[in-house]
Design a protein around this ligand. Sequence first.
Ligand SMILES: [Zn+2]
Length: 270
Amino acid sequence: MRFVFEAGHGLSTAGKRTPDGEKEWSFNNKQLLACQNFLKNYEGVQILRVDDPSGKRDVPLKERTDKSNRFGADAYVSFHNNAVSGAKYGDHEGMETYSYMGRNPKSEKLQKAIHKHLIKATKNKDRGRKEANFHVLRETKCAAVLTESFFMDSKNDIKKLRDDSYLKATGEAIAKGIVECYELKKKSKKPKPDYVGKRAESIYKGSDGLNFYSKATFNKKYRAGVLKYQYGFPKILRKLKVEGANMFEVKNSKGKTYYITASEKYIRVE
Ligand SMILES: [Zn+2]
């Protein structure tokens, strides 16, 4: 799945700040990064950012949507925070999301999912799912949603905007909406250890050779044979803790299973 994100305006775009001069882009950017980070844990996700990640350049909207269309995006999310005038703090507050005017089932489905998770995460006043004729919603060929998570000039919301944990939760809520909408699968936690399937070779130069065993033990009773220097087993199956040390479970060329020390002093994984 291909997702396109952007953090609204540029850092120094006129207006677009709190009455105290804090920049909207900085809030949007933290939400975007949290969203992006969250989605890294899911399979098959490609993300393209179409604003300037440093915030310095206010990338024109046409450039953003052209890039998104060329990328072949499945969904486009524009991260914003709201203001009435930005001149002074007022009693207004809350969250709203936007999709393009008229019926667009793909965008509405994404909007619904994002909206639901945003409300849950921000516990903001729900100002509703809305429609608008915004360039980024109209000119994108994929599902497209614009979020206005908080009011920058709200007496209430500004407290949350100044709290990074809220910004993170907001970004992650948007990600959760995306995960739900596109039924993304979480990456499996444990990658296969890098020694599995590789050859184990003795680097022990002693003339007595390196013992290997028919059971997972260092007990001589189960000694099955001896590996000479540079001899080995073609396939490591797994590593296990045995009597306070590590052993490899290995297979020989005939498919028989044996056990041998996994100590790097004696065994090289190839
Ligand atoms: Zn904005």
